[in-house]
Design a protein around this ligand. Structure first.
Ligand code: SF4
Length: 300
């Protein structure tokens, strides 16, 4: 089946033929990648000491007004590559001795990514593969990934769907994120780490705490703990930084330390043990890479 011919790869279900027209994400059927290199700013079990072999795909199926990566998410910056080249990129990253392959915003490219993973595995890819997404996923598309993905790293952005619509142009975010995480957990089971603390299998859920919306954060944390207890890990992030295009008054400032500490205290008080948190001063543009196509073109 050719999934690009009537695209339902994400919950928007645009049903467009991506060979001829564009849906909400404005991506056709071609693979586009903006950057592929070892990255050291992920959670410690992902970055480890050698980095995560991160592949940043172009485009996004959300339109978050506060996105830090607007060059790729809004302007779809990226180079067109073949499936064969994507498989080579995975192997080149493995050669650099990274701990894993980290597919960032892969949702719109699932069928091509599966073909590339198969090819790369036939040619010697053996490190774990991470699916790093917004959490706004169509479960039927996720099912195609069963057996190919070792670690899921989804965001859980909103509990309140009115916020999802207002900030990310995203209808029914909550229901879709809940179903997606359920499917992800079904595929991987609880987190497994090697003797050095590097994750081999499992689900880590990221939540970026937004200024002026900490009640929404508490609802997300509460839901995840009640549903999954200590079988998943949470990554509670304080690095919200308004980009230059943010006009909304609630989102025009960084998150305060006191708000972030309140969320961490909340998580600890309800019993969460498996969580990563960030230290003061991590809200910085240093997390945002330069999407300069490094590692995308074949080295000559
Ligand atoms: S990936 Fe999502 S947004 Fe893009 S065309 Fe398919 S259904 Fe629409």
């Amino acid at each position: 089946m050719n999934y690009y011919k009537s695209c339902t790869l994400c919950p928007r279900k645009c049903m467009v033929n991506r060979y001829q027209e564009l849906g909400f994400c404005k991506l056709n059927n071609e693979l586009r990648v903006a950057l592929a290199r070892p990255f050291f700013y992920e959670e410690p079990p992902i970055s480890g000491t050698k980095g995560s072999g991160t592949i940043f795909f172009s485009g996004c199926n959300l339109k978050c007004i506060f996105c830090q990566n607007i060059q790729i998410s809004k302007y779809n910056k990226g180079l067109k590559i073949s499936i064969k080249r994507l498989a080579e990129i995975m192997l080149e990253l493995q050669k650099k001795e990274v701990h894993n392959i980290n597919l960032v915003t892969p949702t719109m490219y699932i069928p091509s990514i599966i073909k590339a993973i198969k090819k790369a595995k036939r040619n010697g890819l053996r490190i774990p593969i991470i699916y790093n997404s917004s959490g706004y996923e169509n479960v039927n598309a996720l099912k195609l990934l069963d057996g190919y993905i070792d670690i899921y790293l989804p965001d859980f952005k909103y509990y309140d769907n009115t916020l999802a619509l207002k900030y990310s142009k995203c209808p029914n975010y909550l229901e879709n994120a809940m179903l997606a995480i359920k499917e992800m957990y079904k595929q991987t089971g609880p987190c497994i780490f090697d003797k050095n603390g590097i994750i081999k299998k499992g689900v880590i859920i990221r939540h970026l705490v937004l200024p002026n919306h900490i009640d929404d954060s508490k609802k997300i944390i509460n839901y995840l703990y009640n549903e999954y207890h200590d079988n998943i890990f949470l990554s509670i992030m304080n690095q919200y930084t308004p980009n230059k295009e943010v006009k909304n008054k609630d989102l025009k400032r960084n998150l305060s330390n006191s708000d972030y500490n309140e969320i961490i205290d909340y998580a600890v008080n309800i019993g969460i043990k498996n969580a990563f948190c960030q230290i003061d001063g991590t809200a910085s543009e240093s997390f945002i890479p330069d999407f300069n196509f490094e590692g995308v073109k074949k080295e000559t």
